[in-house]
Ligand binder design. Sequence first.
Ligand code: UDX
Length: 465
Amino acid sequence: SLPAPGITMIGAGYVGLVTGTCLAKLGFDVLCLDTNANRVAALKAGRSPIYEPGLEALMERQVAEGRLRFDTFEPKGVAHADFVFLAVGTPSLPGSDQADLSQIFEATRMVAPQLRAGACLVVKSTVPAGTNSTIRAIVAERRPGLAFSVVSNPEFLREGRAVADFLRPDRIVVGCHDDAGRAGMERIYRSFVDQDVPVLFTSPENAELIKYAANAFLAMKVAFANEVSDLCEAAGGDVRDVVRGIGLDARIGPRFLEPGPGFGGSCFPKDTRAFVDIGRRLGRPQRLVEAVVAINEDRKESLSSRVADALGSCAGKTIAVLGVAFKPDTDDLREAPALRLIPALVEAGAEVRFYDPQVAAAGVAELEGALQASTLAAALEGADAAVLLTEWAEFRMLDLVSARRSMRGATFVDFRNLYARDTMGKAGFLYHPIGSAPLRDLPLLPEGIAASRRVSRAVRDGRVA
Ligand code: UDX
């Protein structure tokens, strides 16, 4: 068989590193280049600069077996590559919703002079429709007569599940403008075709649109669940059963219907805004997604008043925030609801401390005026209220009775509906889930009586309003 083609990955950030490592696992020879020298030094020492389950071990193995190398960016690094993957960032332009494409165009200009004949540029970054053809024009201008292809191959990796998502994708989307690009991608993804993973070959514009539209649709499901959750609270329903009932319809499906504190992360917020921007600029406003963006902003903004409602007032209260990463199994804080809630609580006069298993491991000690407790128990000790933002497995296993005993107050605001109402009531909590009525009175079970006596004493002593 042919030797495995050489792949150069431009960008060893989240997408580049996961994709490069997984392509090496598939047997390709991969060189990852990044302009950040510190990052490259860490990678060469075998450390992943991001926390992603399974990634570091997989990286180590590929490096040991000689299929994966890292280096600082150098245009010559693409000279032998059959495939040059572009996995650089496309953040929002400062003060704007538009995607900033400067990194991707800059990378294209840098590598163009070194591309070998027949090379295939593969765009992994999330970019607006039309970017593939701009990249083609940039290369063609610098290399008249060179045969090359530019393929749009969006990624659908979820943080915390990225390795598994790469190795077991729902589908692969490939947008190409010529047969050579298509044949190249068939070579890269042959093993997936053998496993019956659907591979959609389409135009570059379609591939570019699919990525934004897929993220926008998923974000819309989440925003919808959040609005239905609010409605359930007012109507005396329970959103857990309502979304279960909706999701059992196979046309709707149960996933991405969990209400929460609003979506965050590196993709949904930025990509929904960019999608709205593209729609406006092309004269086809995407009104549903415009609403999704606004709903999600309002939701993050409203978190502190929800806590204040549960507590009476935040002033002078000690509040433990459980989880600050935008979701579990990551240390990513980008657009995390915690970044909105914590400063608002501090502003309202609360003393805030937080605990997050992975953000702790990443060495973050302070966030927006709150200090990180070294353990979950230390965060809860003596707190007037607990507010859960991220559904970490560690929190699911919390010993609720001893947590309640160690706290000064009984208020527990759960933005992820992680616990069963009965259990929380029995443990003596005034439990505030989302999308259903709070437990405002403690049940008169033996544990509950003891807890409510403690609460009454605390109220009498002026420790709780
Ligand atoms: C997302 C897409 O899922 C992925 O395909 C794309 O490539 C990148 O963006 P990611 O940002 O890693 O991945 O996280 P995801 O698991 O999709 O969650 C996004 C946000 O939505 C999180 O803040 C999460 O808490 C929230 N969410 C998700 C909910 O509130 N409820 C849900 O039911 C699902």
